[in-house]
Design a binder for this molecule. Structure first.
Ligand code: KMH
Ligand code: ZN
Length: 275
């Protein structure tokens, strides 16, 4: 099996310090969490940023400060900014981190109920607009899949040339409104993508480590972090993203799967190696 790529989704846009005081908000906190996750074994940092009070933002300058700081302490790590941002942001706001020419960025491939009255809106035109921007800038899209139809949308874009092979998917299972975090549904997603694709599995909340274990055992890759889950085990808050990354490394060790370095991850993802 390929070495395991661990992505750390260190803060997200929705979780708050009220839920877990260790969720990073400030630039320094975000850089520190990225560094701890990297040292623990993460080769990709999935990055959202916040105002100092925790408000989610796609502000270019805050992204730049975080990315510059992360690159300083984690020299070879892959930084993957979010173009999902937070519910309600405009398309151009969401695209702002692409100006920093990251190697990879998220591409959300469909609309989703996102709790209460919130709708995470990704129309066909939005998806095409984002995918074309990424292609122009030579940024690898990571296709975010919250439901099966989002794979089908990506495959249509592959067919008409808006996306290029090999595709990289992130299956997010367990968002209320999206696909369930079950073995049956994960197998359905994995069986629906082209054979040369790479996929990461993200289990939401209490599903995080079960889904991670299935992915590790079956050749997928894993995402963990505060964006998706606040607990290291039932009833115990995680003290940092590194706690969760270490737990994944431990499970991988038990199952005999090696951990990918960032440059190994670049090879697996078909991203040009950094000098
Ligand atoms: N915060 C969610 C609305 C992504 O990063 O591309 C969207 C999200 C997906 O987190
Ligand atoms: Zn995200």
């Amino acid at each position: 099996m390929e070495n395991l790529i661990i992505t750390a989704a260190i803060c997200g846009a929705e979780v708050t310090k009220n839920q877990n005081p260790n969720v990073p908000y400030t630039v320094d906190e975000i850089i520190n969490e990225a560094n701890l996750a990297y040292k623990a074994g993460a080769s990709i940092i999935h990055l959202h940023v916040r105002e100092n009070d925790g408000t989610p933002t796609q502000d270019y300058h805050i992204f730049k400060k975080c990315i510059d700081g992360i690159k300083e302490c984690c020299k070879d790590v892959i930084i993957q900014p979010s173009t999902g941002g937070a519910v309600g942001m405009s398309n151009d706001e969401r695209l702002s981190p692409l100006k920093l020419k990251p190697e990879i960025a998220t591409l959300d491939c469909g609309t989703l109920n996102f709790g209460k009255d919130e709708i995470f809106l990704n129309t066909q035109n939005t998806i095409i607009y984002f995918a074309e921007k990424m292609q122009q800038l030579n940024i690898k899209p990571e296709i975010e899949v919250f439901d099966k139809g989002m794979i089908d949308t990506a495959l249509r874009l592959l067919k008409n040339g808006t996306l290029k092979s090999p595709l990289k998917f992130n299956f997010v299972l367990g968002v209320p409104g999206g696909i369930n975090a079950s073995l049956r549904d994960l197998a359905f997603l994995v069986g629906s993508i082209p054979f040369d694709s790479v996929y990461t599995v993200t289990g939401i909340g209490r599903h995080q480590f079960n889904m991670a274990t299935i992915a590790i055992a079956s050749g997928g890759h894993v995402r963990v972090g505060f964006e998706d889950n606040l607990y290291i085990k039932r009833g115990i808050l995680a003290s940092s993203n590194a706690d969760m990354v270490k737990k994944v490394v431990h499970i991988a060790n038990i199952l005999g799967r090696n951990i990918a370095t960032p440059n190994e991850a670049r090879k697996i993802l078909n991203i040009k190696e950094e000098n």
